[in-house]
Design a protein. Structure first.
Length: 335
């Protein structure tokens, strides 16, 4: 039972029974994400005051300049999950390969693995625009008691047991699902507690916002170009409004509340788009479906894609059901 102003801690305990796999372990896992989110939030809020903006001087495996806060958030989430002896493996946008965690008794009894984008939208840090964290949780597929392998991480999105994000915005929110709808919690920074502020979040079936980096228009597939032109045409409730923050988390959050579509299609410059399947697209797809929305690569359901590598990229289209289906129609028409 959810009720407004319930704390996240209370909500986790009271809803434990609805988990597909009843176990205190998943509750403890979400609790540690809550803790790490508060620590990262505190640091993000200080950006500009202390020396934490700018690049860290390194590049990650995907060739992006790591920001200081990318590294900080990565360390905090990994440290929190490791120290509390909760998961058996972690993969992150900022780590070349997955991390295998030996439990305290060195016997790998933990069942869950976590994939994270520790700081999403990091190019927005220096200009004081919202950033986020994305996480995705699976049960391991290899036997308990053995070290995790790549197979534990390369699971289809449909196997996720939990997923969520934190948005460090005008207020800080943690939004997550364990497969029984999506709930959003807002942080009261004065006392450091998350409260249930957005119970049962749902995408409106239709929307009037489209979010895409239109600077790349010339490189988009013809189907996407045609859909963008459709959004701009004067007819019925069109032209739609264009809104693009450049932080997937924030763009998704706005579209879920107001109704809209987010697109990061492939282009003639990047044949699989930019976003990463395992720690960006799959968790957002799980949230979207749980919130009555839809996530697709333009042709197929995101959560049905069989992953082949940890940092795999895919085209990503996500949002209000009717809008995503309209775009898919445009894609099929020019196939
Ligand atoms: P990250 O900061 O985790 O590397 O992710 C960046 C992603 C995503 O947040 C955003 O929607 C997209 O990159 C923006 O890309 P463009 O600047 O190419 O539009
Ligand atoms: Mn990055
Ligand atoms: Mn990201
Ligand atoms: Mn990131």
């Amino acid at each position: 039972m959810s009720r407004k102003n319930q704390t996240l801690g209370e909500f986790i305990i009271e809803n434990q029974a609805s988990f597909k796999y009843t176990s205190g372990e998943l509750s403890r896992l979400i609790n540690s994400i809550r803790l790490a989110a508060k620590v990262v939030n505190h640091e993000v809020n200080k950006a500009g005051l202390v020396d934490i903006i700018g690049t860290a001087g390194d590049t990650n495996i995907q060739g992006e300049d790591q920001q200081k806060l990318d590294v900080y958030a990565n360390d905090k989430f990994i440290q929190t999950l490791k120290n509390r002896n909760i998961v058996c493996g972690i993969a992150s946008e900022e780590e070349d390969t997955f991390i295998s965690i030996n439990s305290r008794d060195e016997n790998n009894q933990n069942k869950y693995i976590v994939l994270i984008d520790p700081l999403d939208g990091s190019s927005n840090i220096d200009v004081n625009v919202s950033v986020g964290t994305i996480f995705s949780v699976y049960r391991r597929v290899t036997p308990v008691g053995t070290p995790v392998t790549i197979d534990d991480f390369l699971q289809k999105g449909s196997q996720q047991v939990a997923a969520g994000y934190v948005v460090y915005g005008t207020s800080t929110m943690l939004v997550y699902t364990t497969g029984d709808g999506v709930n959003g919690f807002t942080l009261n920074p004065a006392i450091g507690t998350f409260y249930l502020s957005h119970p049962r979040m749902e995408f409106p079936v239709d929307g009037t916002i489209y979010s895409v980096n239109e600077g790349n228009y010339i490189h988009f597939p013809q189907g996407v170009k045609n859909y963008i032109k459709y959004c701009q045409m004067e007819e019925g409730d069109r032209p739609y409004t264009s809104r693009y923050i450049g932080s997937l988390v924030s763009d998704f959050h706005r579209n879920m509340i107001k109704g809209g579509i987010y697109m990061y299609p492939k282009s003639s410059k990047s044949s699989n788009g930019k976003l990463r399947l395992l720690y960006e697209c799959n968790p957002m797809a799980f949230l979207a479906e749980q919130a009555n929305g839809k996530a697709s690569d333009g042709f197929n359901r995101i959560m049905d894609i069989d992953p082949t590598e940890l940092h795999q990229r895919v085209p990503f289209i996500c949002g209000s059901k009717n809008m995503v289906e309209k775009l898919e129609e445009f894609m099929r028409d020019v196939k």
